[in-house]
Design a protein around this ligand. Structure first.
Ligand code: SF4
Ligand code: SF4
Length: 184
């Protein structure tokens, strides 16, 4: 039976205008990831950090995303509803220029795991403790990945190249081995 073309994914929605900078999310995240669970609170170990400029009344919740090896070259200031947000505030990646998401004891990078646990939480911890709804857990529809069927011409060109490089016997042997593994 064919799977529906859309799937439902859940994600954390951030409403910057509602963030008061209380940092309850940082505390809850660090407590949830402590060993044993909830044994300590240390915002330095949180996978969500509040980028704060208290003088300008700016608070931007930022979660640790995948590590990116390249440094940003753009330095911008964003203006939203008359409020200025400084550079970096909207980059979800744990940029190497910053040390927000580094485990203080080991130096290892931290990454948001959406509070993965067994059984799963109804909502991630940071969402649960956010009293202003700056963080909400929402559903959205996403296209399911469609398998692209290569055109016959592409396959032939690819095989021809491999035969030229490695010889027909080696290519045939590799294909047989691949077929054997796939069928096992
Ligand atoms: S708990 Fe909510 S309001 Fe408080 S700092 Fe975190 S995102 Fe902002
Ligand atoms: S979803 Fe969980 S792991 Fe990710 S930032 Fe929120 S509390 Fe931390």
């Amino acid at each position: 039976m064919a799977l529906p073309s859309k799937k439902i994914v859940k994600e954390i929605k951030v409403d910057i205008e509602k963030c008061t900078g209380c940092r309850a999310c940082e505390m809850a995240c660090s407590a949830f990831h402590a060993t044993p669970r909830y044994s300590t609170i240390n915002p330095a170990k949180s996978r969500i950090r509040i980028v704060a400029d208290e003088i300008r009344d700016e608070y931007v919740p930022l979660r640790a995303a995948d590590y990116t090896p390249s440094e940003c070259t753009g330095r911008h200031v964003y203006l939203i509803n008359g409020k200025e947000y400084s550079e970096c505030s909207f980059c979800g990646a744990s940029c190497p220029s910053r040390d927000y998401f580094v485990e203080p004891d080991s130096g290892l990078p931290l990454k948001c795991d959406m509070c993965e646990s067994v059984p799963p939480l109804a909502e991630p911890m940071c969402v649960q403790v956010c009293g202003t709804d700056a963080l909400t857990y929402v559903e959205r529809e996403e296209d399911r990945e469609q398998k692209v069927q290569p055109k016959r011409g592409q396959i032939e060109v690819g095989l021809e190249y491999l035969v030229q490089q490695y010889g027909i016997d080696a290519v045939a042997e590799s294909l047989n081995e691949l077929a054997r593994v796939k069928k096992a």
